[in-house]
Design a protein around this ligand. Structure first.
Ligand SMILES: [Zn+2]
Length: 397
């Protein structure tokens, strides 16, 4: 719990958020040692001022590890996986009682850690950041600080995978073959003018976060990870929020992974038994094989994106003339590894891309299809078939 103890003796006794922080740091450091120092282990500490769910100024620490990209040009591109390591009891201000948080969100924290352990054995052209944040239950404080820092420092984050409640609670109605992927429709960071354009052109289903969600579904077709992504086209569940939103607010593509069916007796509850019902977020309710499958889906997505060439820049759809063909233009990022580009399209009423056409190493293509009836996007491909996230063009007059 974010407001719990973090003094030396509590850390030594293995109690409180400070002990959790130090354990995560030591795990990252262990993986770093195993890969010859390939991971840089860092912390992002700050004092959160008093607020709604924070009675007094509180130090919050995000712990993360950076697997730097091996390609000088691609290394500034970042893909990120995160989970929150704080938890809570029935009373969100209870700083003393045990709040095991096995599913919410030790499961997501474990996904981030395990991705770091496994992917640090490999090399990728682009950079991967493995993040664990605190303060989620008090108001997304850790992720808000981290995302703002990333924006301020000009980090080029292409994708954020937020894993929150991916334990596959062992309730009778659980579906362990499915994990939900939530993504925003209208971008939280869009300006009023952008919202107007999106509304006018039917772009409500094409935020960068939604392209990321579709990308994950595509990754699942290439790798048998043991769990199927179920895309949910909304920011989050009713009455709930999560750390992906902090990144969305800063204009980054970010989605949320959550188990198919949550058991609300096992979240945000003091550990107890009442009328024969067991309450509390205990480890025994977590399905480890399920968490492992979700981790594989995350790892495959991170590896695909970190291997892919940079997406095309400044993708445009020419709209100056009334015509029944569609011309797209884009820029080829300098010194990048793309060997060609692909144009994707679908009917406006279709949820996912339906067609793809290879157009080679060009920066302009005309298709004998009407832009009035379709939605287009462009993505880059490298020599080994790794694909970037697709980008939907802005209209250009
Ligand atoms: Zn959570």
């Amino acid at each position: 719990m974010t407001l719990s103890a973090q003094d030396q003796s509590s850390v030594a006794a293995g109690r409180g958020i400070g002990a959790a922080r130090e354990w995560i740091r030591s795990e990252f450091e262990r993986y770093a040692k195993d890969c010859g120092g390939c991971l840089e282990v860092k912390t992002d500490s700050f004092t959160e001022p008093a607020g709604d769910r924070i009675p007094q100024p509180t130090e919050i620490t995000n712990v993360y590890a950076v697997l730097k990209g091996t390609d000088a040009q691609s290394a500034k591109r970042i893909v990120l996986v995160t989970g929150h390591y704080d938890s809570r009891n029935s009373d969100t201000l209870d700083v003393k009682g045990d709040a095991p948080g096995a599913n919410d969100d030790a499961s997501g924290t474990a996904v981030s850690l395990e991705c770091a352990r496994v992917l640090s054995k490999l090399k990728f052209p682009a950079t991967i950041v493995f993040l664990t944040v605190a303060g989620e239950e008090q108001g997304l404080n850790g992720s808000r600080h981290f995302a703002a820092m990333a924006r301020q420092q000009g980090w080029e984050i292409e994708a954020v995978l937020n894993n929150d409640i991916v334990g596959g609670d062992k309730s009778a109605e659980q579906d362990h073959s499915v994990v939900r992927i939530f993504s925003e429709g209208l971008p939280a960071a869009a300006t009023e003018q952008e919202i107007k354009r999106i509304g006018g052109l039917g772009g409500e289903n094409d935020s960068t976060s939604r392209q990321l969600a579709r990308y994950i579904a595509d990754v699942d077709l290439s790798y048998d990870v043991g769990v199927k992504p179920l895309l949910v086209f909304r920011l989050d569940r009713y009455l709930r929020g999560g750390d992906h939103y902090s990144f969305n607010q800063q204009g980054f593509a970010a989605v949320r992974f959550t188990e198919y069916r949550e058991d609300f007796h096992h979240q945000h509850q003091n550990v107890r038994t009442e009328n024969g019902i067991e309450y509390g977020d205990l480890l025994k309710f977590v399905d480890f094989d399920y968490v492992a499958a979700v981790a594989r889906l995350n790892a495959a997505t991170l590896a695909s994106l970190a291997s892919a060439p940079a997406p095309p820049a400044n993708v445009r759809l020419l709209t100056k003339d009334l015509e029944n063909v569609s011309t797209l233009t884009w820029e080829d990022p300098m010194g990048d590894r793309a060997v060609g580009y692909e144009i994707l399209w679908r009917a406006t009423a279709s949820p996912d891309w339906e067609h793809v056409e290879k157009v080679g190493k060009v920066t302009r293509a005309t298709l004998n299809l009407s832009k009035d009836n379709l939605i287009f996007a462009v993505r880059a491909v490298d020599a080994r078939g790794h694909r970037s996230l697709p980008f939907v063009p802005l209209p250009e007059r």
